[in-house]
Design a protein around this ligand. Structure first.
Ligand code: HEM
Length: 475
């Protein structure tokens, strides 16, 4: 029997506001537990912290003012900059002002629709490799969360460095996870406004991990310069990045910016997309109705590459609903340069502004049955009626995610391939719980029982047009 009103796991919001000590404890354990019921009901809430006046903004017009109309008044704040910028200070995620404008214009073509479409084949190749790997396992239980982390890294390496990273992908992935663990903690020092030059716990480990990444990236970039000089470089994101030019100023990115942006793409596009896929697979495991619809569509549509992601409307709706319930970037924060009016609320200079997609996407005044899993909200006709500024998994305005089409296409294709090829059910000992550690992920992974479906097309057989160059990547 289909569970039509299924509400997947989420912390129950406390009925009243928490005190400072409680906030600090929960921030360390799981920031999602800090949101009390009033945040999910009220448009703009004020929170007075020692040395910090914070406004939690979940009203569409006020969000438009902060992220779009008056965005220049609201640069990213110290907490967000520290968390996102450790070691990536010169990448697109963290730069501000003129350097950001130059980078954004120069990098836009890397993620334009046509370029992203051309990556569909690499995404299918990665999905197909995973099908081959899982098929060899027989019927067994695996940690789907860990597998999704590997496949999204694989897609990034295939699309950024299509001639390989010249090293061990598992080791690279483990270093990435360690990096997120340290960088993603919001601690007492942040909330008390202690300046960012004061080292946070884990700082030494972070520096060692960054040094490891930098060594690998520098080696790859040097090899690619040599290939560009020989005019035999592949057409991938790295080549596009090294050639990128701001059309307004004619300026290129310098070598530090190149390195920071490679790491930015890897870190910004890796866990976020992996979590999206993990939650999507979990949600489908809880809904026989949507699983059947997604599988029927995948069986019908996965026979050709042309416009594939646009034809997978059910898979895409599942992905978008997973992004609503479990937005990987659960909160965005900004700092007010000057005082401003958000509706009738006066926001003082240097106030912290928080817009939490996690809260916005479950806001009682905006969504019908906000906690219920219902992908039909995102089927094409309904999708176009969702008001702007109410659904922000990728942010909005000038700083909106540059990789959103890439991520949506990847998650949609990989989800469809897996659901077509495997029976997957939640392991009896699974304990699924959302936790926020820079990204919103599963606290204890996602153990699932998997089995190759009888009669599913053999390996790469469903691709009429097999991959050429990206298929023989040496990692
Ligand atoms: C489901 C996957 C993803 C989610 C949920 C996501 C979410 C976001 C969000 C919310 C922002 C805006 C942050 C803010 O306004 O403070 C952002 C920015 C950004 N994202 Fe993503 N992202 C995803 C995938 C990707 C991918 C695949 C890439 C690249 C390969 C990427 C690269 C970036 C970059 C470079 C920025 C900074 C843009 C700028 O400031 O101009 N993201 N992302």
């Amino acid at each position: 029997m289909a569970k039509l009103d299924y509400s997947p796991p989420a912390p129950v919001p406390p009925q009243s506001r928490l005190g400072l000590i409680d906030i600090l404890i929960r921030l360390k354990r799981n920031p999602l537990e800090c949101w009390s019921e009033d945040f999910f009901r009220d448009p703009v809430c004020r929170l007075r912290l020692p040395f910090l006046d914070a406004f939690l903004v979940h009203e569409p017009k006020a969000i438009k003012r902060v992220l779009m109309d008056n965005a220049k008044n609201y640069p990213k704040d110290a907490i967000q900059r520290r968390i996102l910028s450790s070691g990536l200070a010169d990448g697109l995620l963290s730069v501000e002002g003129e350097r950001w404008e130059i980078q954004r214009r120069a990098l836009a073509p890397l993620f334009a629709r046509r370029t992203v479409n051309s990556f569909a084949r690499a995404m299918l190749t990665a999905a197909d490799e995973l099908v081959a790997k899982w098929s060899k396992l027989g019927a067994t239980t695996i940690d789907v969360a860990a597998e999704m982390t590997l496949i999204t890294l694989r897609v990034l390496t295939l699309t950024i460095f299509s001639d390989g990273i010249g090293g061990d992908l598992d080791e690279f992935s483990a270093a990435m996870t360690a990096y997120f663990d340290v960088v993603g903690r919001i601690g007492a020092l942040d909330l008390l406004g202690v300046p960012t030059f004061v080292p946070r716990p884990g700082h030494g480990r972070l520096r060692r991990t960054m040094a490891y990444f930098e060594g690998i990236i520098d080696r790859i970039v040097q090899m690619r310069h040599e290939r560009l000089a020989r005019e035999d470089a592949p057409d991938d994101l790295l080549t596009l990045l090294l050639k990128a030019l701001d059309p307004s100023t004619g300026l290129q990115l310098d070598s530090t910016e190149i390195r920071s942006n490679i790491l930015t793409f890897l870190s910004a596009g890796h866990e976020t997309t992996a979590n999206t896929l993990t939650w999507s697979l979990f949600l489908l495991s809880q809904s026989p109705e949507w699983r059947a619809r997604a599988r029927e569509e995948a069986e019908r549509e996965l026979s050709s590459l042309d416009g594939l992601a646009d034809r997978l409307v059910v898979a895409r709706a599942v992905v978008e609903e997973a992004l609503r319930l479990y937005p990987p970037i659960a909160a965005l924060s900004r700092s007010a340069l000057e005082s401003d009016l958000l509706g009738d609320v006066k926001v003082g200079r240097r106030s912290l502004i928080v817009i939490a997609p996690y809260v916005l996407h479950r806001h009682r005044a905006i969504w019908d049955r906000p906690d219920v899993f219902d992908p039909s909200r995102f089927l094409p006709d309904a999708r176009s009626t969702i008001p702007r500024f109410t659904y922000l998994p990728f942010g909005i305005g000038p700083r909106t995610c540059i990789g959103s089409s890439f991520a949506l296409q990847e998650a949609t294709i990989v989800l469809a391939v897996l659901i077509r090829n495997f029976d997957m059910s939640l392991s009896a000992d699974a304990h699924v719980w959302p936790v926020q550690r820079i990204t919103l992920r599963m606290a204890k992974g996602l153990p699932m029982w998997i089995r190759r479906r009888d009669g599913a097309a053999a390996n790469i057989g469903y691709l009429q047009d097999p991959p050429e160059r990206v298929g023989n990547v040496a990692l």
